[in-house]
Design a protein around this ligand. Structure first.
Ligand SMILES: O=C(O)CCC(=O)C(=O)O
Ligand SMILES: [Fe+2]
Ligand SMILES: [Zn+2]
Length: 621
């Protein structure tokens, strides 16, 4: 029997009905979710929104709803707050399910904890439940230390008294959405998540903190005295979203002193949640992995579920909590061992899209080197196998050149267009050694060159072609430079044929051959490029949604690649950078040159194309 059969909207199991009159228990399954409309109409007056719960489970708890019955149940709005216990659930289930269910994951809904509303229960089978470690020392995130009774009740009073919540300069304090804050020493800017070391605040760290600092140094918790203090005040129901304190802003460790109330702080890393009870007057030391690689946050609730020594759980109401977070500014880049979480180690390397559009040449050239040149070098053999047939319009352009013409193919690839016009001198250049080797094997004349600097004299070639090349340049300036370089080497009156990939792969209701080659395989999960560039990854054989993106190339390599017993072909994915041209964009670019004009432009099989003519004399009319 599947859960779907058990699902009921108007009737709740008697045990639930008796204990919770007026509340419903909505048993769900994924198949039911899909049919959600009439079928999911919840009991009258119910505030139940199954989508909301499925989302909360997925986004907040990393729990996937299952289509089939599994060993795990997730129950929203259940647990201590509502009084719906494991026993009641088990009683409500039929025998088959009692036997099948190994674990139940209780989701204590925030609103339920705050208002204790008469919410309904949402029950689903799920594929997994989070690894919820109990907070014994051993299972704490590495580097996390909790020191109980770090300050005396007298010190607590003195510390609290030192903060005047009624007055603060704008940079010193704010009423954030979920809590109040005050900064001392330096201001932490929540916009940039940084601290400006050049701008110390007039508000110094209160001197009552000195005994606490002495204790920290004495016990070798830190080798330094903090120079920045953030005081957070949370009313019951308030919290702080999960975050990692910016690596580049502060030294290791971060220290947080809890005053006035206990609270549960949650540490998260790759789907694992570790709730840690921070007792009043304790000092939390976040160092190493716990400081750099785990997020910490406080759920905005009015109460916390805590483990009691007898193994049971209890619900503890929160009171107002004031925390003193002590930190020391890091006056250099972070060199932690957790580079994937590190802003310093990203910033050195990561060349964001913003940078690219800011015409940062160095960035652009790094991007092109990594995602164009290196990729073609790797895929050259396989790429060449797929490039045989010259496009008819390019073929006729090359062939109409008068005998004896010098024809330059900028970005000639495997030389597909080089042997076409036997009565001319055809020469090609490319950045891939491997592709040039293929050209040489075919006895074509080629040389290694970047299209941004052609090793030709001005006015020295009769005709240029550049087929599917300049869309690999990552700034508009560079694309313009490549065109202007072709025009420079062209003889007066000479023509260049330029093809670039069109963002729109469908025209006059005709799909391009690129789209038509869709093999109708269900779309696979997108592989993630290993790249410091945060560019969107395109799904092959689909319309382009972005102007600057990475297009995967699935490199098929025959035979034993990684040795071993597996003799099947292996596949590796490479990512090529493309700028996808809008309609008219190529013409606009060409029109910026004052010594050439667009003779003709057209759309050809998913490409925008222009024939660009250099002015017959040195002066353009
Ligand atoms: O309230 C706390 O203990 C933590 C505060 C915090 O994480 C922060 O201000 O970055
Ligand atoms: Fe923090
Ligand atoms: Zn770091």
């Amino acid at each position: 029997m599947s859960f779907a059969n058990m699902w009921c909207s108007n009737t709740s199991p008697t045990s639930v009905n008796n204990l919770f009159p007026g509340r419903s228990m909505v048993l769900g399954s994924l198949s039911k979710m899909d049919e959600f409309s009439e079928a999911w109409s919840c009991p009258k007056g119910s505030k139940m929104n199954p989508w909301k719960y499925s989302n909360i489970l997925k986004e907040v708890h990393n729990v996937q709803i299952s289509e089939k019955d599994t060993e795990f149940l997730a129950i929203c709005n259940a647990g201590l707050t509502t009084g719906l216990s494991r026993e009641i659930i088990m009683e409500a289930l039929d025998e088959t399910h009692v036997a099948a269910v190994k674990d139940i994951y209780f989701v204590e809904n925030t609103s339920a904890l705050n208002e204790n509303t008469d919410c309904d229960f949402f029950v689903v089978f799920v594929k997994n439940i989070p690894e919820f470690s109990s907070h014994s020392e051993a299972s704490l995130p590495a580097g996390l230390i909790l020191l109980e009774n770090f300050v005396t009740p007298e010190e607590e009073i003195a510390l609290l008294k030192s903060i005047d919540w009624t007055r603060a300069t704008p940079e010193q304090g704010q009423s954030l959405k979920h809590r109040q804050v005050r900064h001392f020493g330096y201001q932490f800017d929540y916009g940039s998540n940084k601290v400006d070391p050049e701008k110390p605040l007039d508000a110094k760290i209160p001197s009552v903190c000195s005994p606490v600092f002495d204790r920290m140094v004495q016990r070798e918790i830190t080798a330094w005295v903090p120079d920045q203090l953030t005081v957070n005040q949370y009313e019951p129901g308030q919290g702080i979203p999960p975050h990692v304190d910016t690596h580049s802003a502060f030294e290791d460790p971060i220290l947080s002193l809890s005053l006035e109330s206990d609270v549960v702080m949650e540490f998260r890393k790759s789907g694992v949640v570790v709730p840690v009870l921070l007792p009043r007057r304790s000092l939390l030391v976040m160092s190493g992995e716990s400081r750099y690689a785990w997020t910490h946050g406080i759920n905005p609730r009015k109460s916390d579920v805590v483990n009691c020594p007898d193994g049971k759980f209890s619900l503890v109401q929160r009171k107002r909590r004031t925390s003193f977070t002590f930190r020391r500014l890091l006056r250099r880049a972070c060199t932690c061992a957790f580079s994937q979480f590190c802003d310093s180690q990203k910033e050195n390397d990561v060349l964001s899209r913003e940078n690219i559009s800011k015409n940062c040449n160095e960035t652009a050239s790094k991007l092109e080197n990594l995602h164009v040149h290196q990729v073609y070098e790797e895929i050259a053999g396989h790429f060449s196998e797929t490039r045989h047939k010259p496009w008819p319009n390019v073929f006729s352009f090359v062939n109409k050149q008068v005998p004896g013409s010098v024809i330059l193919d900028v970005g000639c690839g495997n030389g597909k267009y080089l042997g076409l016009n036997k009565r001319s001198f055809q020469v090609g250049c490319d950045m891939s050694q491997h592709l040039l080797k293929i050209c040489r094997e075919r006895e074509f004349e080629t040389f290694l060159s970047n299209c941004l600097a052609l090793p030709f004299k001005d006015n020295s070639v009769d005709c240029c072609i550049s087929i599917a090349v300049i869309h690999h340049l990552s700034t508009e300036d560079r694309r313009l430079n490549a065109i202007s370089e072709m025009v420079r080497v062209l003889a007066p009156g000479g023509e260049a044929l330029i093809y670039v990939w069109a963002k729109n792969q469908e025209r006059d209701q005709q799909k391009s051959s690129y789209l038509k080659q869709c093999n109708n395989k269900p779309s696979e999960e997108k592989p993630a490029p290993i790249s410091p560039f945060s560019l969107p990854v395109h799904t092959n054989r689909t319309q382009f949604c972005h102007s600057d993106l990475l297009v995967p190339w699935n490199l098929k390599q025959k035979g034993l690649k990684n040795s071993g017993l597996d003799s099947s072909d292996s596949e590796e994915v490479y990512f090529r950078y493309y700028h996808m041209f809008e309609e008219g964009e190529l013409e606009l670019l060409c029109n910026r040159l004052n010594n050439a004009s667009v003779e003709r432009s057209y759309y050809d099989q998913g490409n925008w194309c222009v024939v660009l003519k250099k002015a017959p004399t040195n002066k353009f009319p």
